[in-house]
Design a protein around this ligand. Structure first.
Ligand SMILES: Nc1nc2c(ncn2[C@@H]2O[C@H](COP(=O)(O)OP(=O)(O)OP(=O)(O)O)[C@@H](O)[C@H]2O)c(=O)[nH]1
Ligand SMILES: [Mg+2]
Length: 527
């Protein structure tokens, strides 16, 4: 019994301590919720053995079993009350850790089913309220994220950071961004007027956005690409010189072109300004020189179906048509020698009349026209056909010499140079040469090479006379102007024989006059 009594005493002591603690904790719950935890932990630690222990304590304090059990019930009831108080406190504090502990207590306790159920209900209610709060926070976050994900997202994210206590100095950099952010703030405040985001919510929202917003912020932070400004160094004159040089060259070229154009224009203007002498004009009109209409030639009595119709007598019969007034040119034209070098020149038997001029000017054609013997001298529309000095006897009185042309020709430069040298040698050294007929295309006038030959003949005192060819290709007035121009040009030349002759091998205009001039030479020429 003594051991039993000792046991009872110890148990009673322990029970009193525990009850005292619990009563003491009832008063101190408000101050320290840990007491409640201690109390609950005591229950948790003892589990379902608490009732039996307490009933034993009641026996040891000399109460009957009923009283003991009622006391135990009372103790339990006090514990439940204690729990109720703790629940109310926990509701007020809304501490999540405490809530979890209380929930655990309700689930693990061996307290009566009703009290456990009531605890479960209250815990569920608490859980539901916390869930509602969480969901409201989520909605707030969602609203914020929706705002962030729209077009002005960057600015809005910055604004949220501003609310969360971030440095807003960067937002003041751009006034436009600031105004946009103010608008966004107003919108967000109007949308979420009831929900004021707490710092923790803002932290969560920031965490949710994660790196995306950080990137956006980085993008905001990144400086905008400024336009590349090309600075020109005023001291660096390398480019300037180059440009200036190009411009100068271009300017010089333009000036040269303009001057050439002006010179050309002035040449044309000068040519148009030439007033031919009345004698030249009357000669042109009398011989129907220049471009003429066929109807005009018919009215003048010429048969246009014949070759060189203007070389015939107007209104002449077929017998009269073949008549050449100059006897010399009635003789047969005979080729007798060709020379490509000066050593090949034939011996001088007859007075010679040579026909010189640029290639394709009509030298060979004029020979045929003068003698009316078509085909004796070969002609071609290809410049450079005559490549040697060809000698033709006209009867026993006169020698006609066809010279190769100079200037443009389908031949090698060396060959052309050789021709030119040969021609120059012939006209300057040939003793029996009585007259050089220098043929000039009426359309183009005298060219530098023609002037070279003129100068050579002047030096060698070789008599020369200008023959304007292809007069049928230009207007009569231009024929007269060209003749006048050349006469004026060669007026001072001593070896130049006036007047300038004007002919057309095609139309026959001026051919008869040329025969008369050349016949006189033949008649009075002496070797
Ligand atoms: N319209 C017209 N054409 C002519 C006249 N004289 C010659 N021709 C043409 O001009 C071209 C050249 O004639 P040519 O007599 O071969 O000239 P060239 O001076 O002898 O030429 P080269 O022998 O190469 O020096 C030929 O097609 C002739 O038909 C003319 O008075 N009027
Ligand atoms: Mg020829």
């Amino acid at each position: 019994m003594s051991t039993e009594a000792n046991l009872r005493h110890r148990l009673t002591k322990k029970l009193k301590i525990s009850v005292g603690n619990s009563r003491h904790s009832t008063g101190g719950i408000k101050k320290s919720p840990r007491r409640l935890d201690d109390d609950t932990s005591l229950k948790r630690g003892n589990g379902g053995k608490l009732n039996s222990k307490r009933s034993k304590v009641d026996v040891s304090s000399n109460f009957d079993r009923r009283k003991k059990t009622s006391y135990a019930d009372q103790v339990i009831h006090e514990g439940i009350l204690l729990h109720e108080n703790a629940k109310s406190l926990s509701r007020k504090n809304l501490s999540s850790k405490k809530q979890n502990q209380v929930k655990f207590d309700g689930s693990g306790g061996s307290i009566s089913d009703k009290s456990v159920r009531s605890m479960w209900v209250s815990n569920r209610l608490r859980k539901a309220t916390s869930e509602i709060k969480r969901s409201s926070h989520r909605i707030t976050d969602a609203l914020e994220s929706v705002e962030v994900s729209d077009g002005k997202g960057r600015t809005k994210a910055n604004k949220v950071n501003k609310i969360a206590g971030f440095d807003s100095a960067s937002l003041k950099k751009d006034t436009r961004i600031k105004s946009n952010s103010d608008k966004t703030l107003n919108q967000s405040q109007s949308n979420c007027a009831e929900v004021q985001p707490s710092p923790s919510v803002m932290r969560k929202a920031r965490d949710k956005r994660g790196f995306a917003d950080d990137d956006k912020e980085d993008l905001d932070v990144q400086p905008k690409k400024s336009k590349r400004v090309i600075r020109i160094d005023p001291n660096d004159i390398s480019n300037k010189r180059l440009d200036d040089g190009i411009l100068m060259n271009e300017g010089l070229k333009d000036k040269k072109r303009d001057s050439e154009k002006n010179a050309e224009m002035s040449k044309n203007a000068q040519f148009r300004a030439i007033k031919p002498s009345p004698s030249i004009q009357s000669f042109v009109e009398d011989n129907l020189l220049g471009r003429r209409r066929l109807i005009e030639l018919r009215r003048a009595g010429y048969n246009v179906e014949l070759s060189a119709p203007l070389d015939n007598i107007p209104f002449s019969t077929s017998s009269e048509r073949e008549r050449i007034e100059e006897n010399i040119f009635r003789n047969k034209l005979t080729f007798f020698a060709a020379a490509k070098v000066s050593s090949s020149f034939p011996p001088l038997d007859l007075p010679e009349i040579a026909f010189a001029g640029r290639s394709n000017v009509g030298k060979s054609s004029l020979l045929n026209s003068l003698t009316r013997q078509w085909g004796v001298v070969r002609t071609s529309d290809k410049p450079g056909l005559t490549q040697s000095i060809n000698f033709f006897n006209l009867g026993s009185k006169l020698c006609l010499v066809d010279l190769p042309g100079y200037g443009f020709a389908y031949a090698k430069e060396e060959v052309k140079d050789a021709w030119e040298e040969l021609v120059k040698e012939y006209v300057s050294t040939r003793v029996g040469l009585k007259r050089v007929c220098l043929l000039i295309d009426t359309k183009w006038g005298m060219k530098p090479r023609d002037h070279e030959l003129v100068d050579l003949m002047e030096r060698s005192q070789t008599k020369y006379q200008i023959m304007l060819t292809k007069t049928d290709m230009v207007f009569p007035m231009d024929v007269a102007r060209r003749a006048m121009q050349i006469e004026e040009t060669l007026k001072a030349n001593k070896s130049a024989v006036q007047p300038v002759m004007m002919v057309s091998s095609k139309s026959g205009a001026g051919i008869q006059c040329l025969r008369t001039v050349l016949g006189k030479i033949a008649r009075f020429a002496k070797l």
